[in-house]
Design a protein around this ligand. Structure first.
Ligand code: ZN
Ligand code: ZN
Ligand code: FE
Length: 757
């Protein structure tokens, strides 16, 4: 099916006054696209309608054929429903009301700056802090607006004559480039040992770091938005050492690779993935390993058992120089200790990371706020954000409803906060799980700094319904009116917001955990969203989680909860199941006792826990070492398989998994391979969605929640829903996980309380 779509693109950069709009006009005409292009104080906006294939071509051709002086700093594209444009027009900029100055994200090094640092005759040859008006740090150095050098972390550096001349010359590429610097006047590198003794400084510090990396040492590097831990990706022993020291057993590491050509030697890269890799946002792109020829440069321990790899290209002059000296891929992972935000200060890093890193490569440009590397993946031919941070934050998501001075504080895991001003939802960088004191501090700082940057005093705070979330408690502790939005309602609302949907919408909100107003743990919800309210039309048949929070770390507990629900105490006889063997006799007695009485065994309708249960039943995973691991491995197990077979799911008052579990147990008994069982399970989940959609009979179906980071699940759900005549919607600019909740909270609160807006 190739239905027409509307492609909406928001572009920032040097695209004004360089013939960009006429270029878009010509390109649209040539491709027979209808729509418009608009130049405003908030950037260039394009909306065009046509078939997906042509729109794809349009997007790629903007990148490859744009007029020469144009440089794109931010390119956010979404596919939306058509509104029926006729012809193509260049729209007049209409700047209504108060202008909001946009704070730009941190932008990857532009080609002109890259040429300079590569030229031995240039005064900035190999200078790690080279930047210009088109590239370099922004959000990570801004303290307050207006964006002047004095209000950035560059205020302590006085420009030399040569730099000042560039800064003052309207003809120069560095005219008013706030972080402008050179080797004579700007920030400098230093190499430290674990005690903080300076071993080398300037260029020599970088060379020494490369030597250390080549020798298999772990480097803590102060980058643009915080520390990264680096190690030679081809050195299995060194990667293993990083895992041990970071206490990160199996969670995949991302790698940095010097060029797209080199990336193609280790992964499959299509034109869209290549565009993302090379974009000014320069995110980590999740790529398929495929059967790429060169496996030696990436040790198996980098992403164990994983058919995909997270890859980014160098995005600062420091990374460029380091990578070209290094000449092979490196692991580049967040410089933090578990659950804390990444370190941004070298003295703090020395304290926290000296048990992990052998060596520190630091510099003296302060970082105003931590900004992690972003993570993106292509799903169904569109971008899907997994972690929205560097390169994207704090660019706004455009909302249909106008509202001002509303702050949303997000959920608990993968927290982000968002501030609405007019149609713009300004989303903070990824803050992380609010599990540690440090992350709570950074959560509060993110709120303060968003409000300060946009000069806003919120008159409404929106939060989750969970009474114990730190974000909820924060909202309640202020003297500002609070509106609570149910977790899964917020998930679906986030999907509606970015897809510009109006109700009625059937929301499929599937994740691990969310507070339900009936005091159970929700996570397998079908919500009917009207314009003012939501109704939980159906959800997963509940089961008990023995040990509550502990069950999240042990998929076998979810499996036991499910088996107990079907078989009661006779589950104890199922001794042939590996999961039963994984418990001691005593453990089993205690757990069954808990399930019988309900003690510390809350009811849940979570699909995340259902994934866990299945992973445990087929013996992929009895316990996990990171969130979502069991579900991820179930997805990987289906890799390369395709078949229409699925387990049975039955639909009554709830979506019942009992028939599915029974069939799965038969398969286990018959010695069916884990891949086929995982596939039948995924396909069964998709059929559940289709069955509920048919029953509820609403055309628009929005897929949200952490489970839809699963590409197989998402893509198959889309295909099946479309085949049955529904219109599926999924995430593009916002993560499907809890990182998207803050925008969903804004959207839901705006729908409910028009009076506030
Ligand atoms: Zn530049
Ligand atoms: Zn200078
Ligand atoms: Fe969630």
């Amino acid at each position: 099916m190739n239905q027409n779509s509307r492609l909406r693109i928001a572009i920032q950069g040097a695209v004004q006054g360089v013939g960009f709009r006429p270029f878009i006009f010509r390109l649209s005409k040539e491709l027979n696209l209808t729509g418009w292009v608009l130049n405003s104080s908030q950037g260039v906006f394009i909306e065009v309608e046509g078939s997906k294939t042509i729109l794809d071509r349009f997007m790629l051709r903007i990148q490859s054929e744009k007029p020469d002086p144009a440089f794109i700093q931010s390119f956010e594209a979404s596919f939306l429903d058509c509104v029926g444009y006729e012809g193509f027009s260049i729209r007049e900029s209409r700047d209504e009301g108060a202008k909001t100055v946009l704070v730009l994200p941190d932008i990857a090094t532009c080609p002109a700056c890259l040429a300079e640092i590569s030229d031995p005759n240039n005064r900035r040859f190999q200078y790690p802090f080279t930047n210009c008006t088109l590239c370099g740090p922004r959000y990570s150095i801004i303290q307050s607006l207006p964006y002047d050098r004095a209000q950035t972390t560059m205020s302590g550096f006085e420009m030399c004559q040569a730099c000042a001349a560039e800064y003052q010359n309207p003809e120069d590429r560095r005219f008013h480039a706030q972080p402008n610097a050179c080797p004579d006047c700007g920030p400098q590198l230093a190499a430290w040992d674990q005690q903080g003794n300076v071993l080398e400084s300037g260029q020599d510090a970088l060379l020494l770091s490369v030597e250390q990396l080549q020798a298999g040492k772990i480097i803590a590097l102060k980058g643009i938005g915080g520390f990264q831990l680096l190690v030679d990706a081809g050195n299995a022993e060194a990667v293993e050492r990083l895992r041990k020291r970071k206490k990160r057993n199996e969670k995949p590491f991302a790698v940095m690779i010097g060029s797209v050509t080199a990336v193609k030697q280790v992964c499959r890269v299509n034109a869209f993935e290549e565009r993302l890799l090379c974009s000014a946002e320069a995110p980590i792109v999740i790529l398929d390993r495929g059967d790429a020829s060169d496996r030696s440069s990436i040790a198996a321990t980098v992403a164990p058992g994983n058919p995909t790899l997270g890859v980014m290209l160098p995005y600062t002059p420091l990374h460029h120089t380091l990578m070209s000296q290094m000449g092979r891929p490196i692991v580049a992972t967040s410089g933090n200790i578990s659950d804390e935000p990444i370190c941004i200060d070298e003295d703090e890093a020395l304290k926290k990371l000296s048990d992990i890193a052998d060596f520190f490569l630091v510099h003296d440009r302060p970082i105003a706020r931590h900004v992690d590397d972003s993570v993106v993946r292509m799903v169904k031919g569109r971008e899907m954000m997994m972690r929205r941070s560097r390169g994207y934050a704090p660019m706004p998501i455009t909302l249909k409803q106008k509202c001002s001075g509303v702050l949303a504080v997000g959920a608990h895991q993968k927290n982000s906060v968002a501030l609405q001003i007019g149609n713009n939802a300004f989303v903070s960088q990824h803050i992380g799980d609010l599990e540690t004191e440090e992350s709570v501090v950074s959560f509060q700082e993110a709120i303060t700094s968003l409000c300060r940057l946009y000069d806003a005093k919120p008159d409404l705070i929106v939060c989750d319904q969970h009474p114990d979330y730190i974000s909820t408690r924060y909202a309640e502790s202020t003297d500002i009116p609070v509106k609570q939005i149910q977790h899964h309602h917020a998930h679906v609302s986030a999907c509606m917001a970015e897809n510009q949907l109006e109700g009625p919408v059937l929301g499929v909100a599937w994740d691990g955990t969310g507070y339900g107003p009936d005091q159970t743990i929700w996570g397998g919800e079908f919500l009917l969203i009207g314009d003012q309210s939501y109704e939980r039309v159906i959800s997963l048949r509940p089961f008990r989680l023995p040990g509550s929070a502990k069950a999240v770390k042990e998929p076998r507990r979810s499996a036991l909860g499910i088996l107990f629900e079907i078989f009661g105490k006779s589950v104890l006889d199922m001794t042939h199941l590996p999961l039963m063997q994984s418990f001691s006799e005593k453990e089993l007695q205690v757990l069954i006792g808990m399930l019988q009485t309900g003690f510390n065994s809350p009811q849940t309708s979570s699909i995340g826990r259902l994934f866990d249960a299945v992973a445990s039943l087929i013996d992929l995973r009895q316990t996990i070492s990171f969130e979502g691991q069991a579900a991820m491995e179930l997805e990987f197990t289906t890799h390369g398989l395709s078949d229409e077979v699925h387990y049975t799911c039955s639909l009554a008052d709830t979506v019942d998994w009992a028939p599915m579990i029974n069939e799965l147990l038969d398969d286990i008994g018959n010695g069916t391979g884990p891949g086929l069982m995982a596939l039948k399970f995924h396909n069964c989940l998709v059929e559940m969605i289709v069955q509920v959609a048919k029953k509820v009979d609403v055309e628009k179906v929005a897929l949200s929640g952490g489970c839809f980071q699963n590409r197989y699940l998402t893509e198959r759900s889309i295909d099946r829903l479309e085949a049955e005549g529904f219109r599926p919607y999924w995430h593009q600019r916002l993560p499907p996980n809890d990182g998207g909740i803050s925008v969903g909270q804004l959207f839901a609160a705006g729908q409910k309380k028009q009076s506030y807006c």
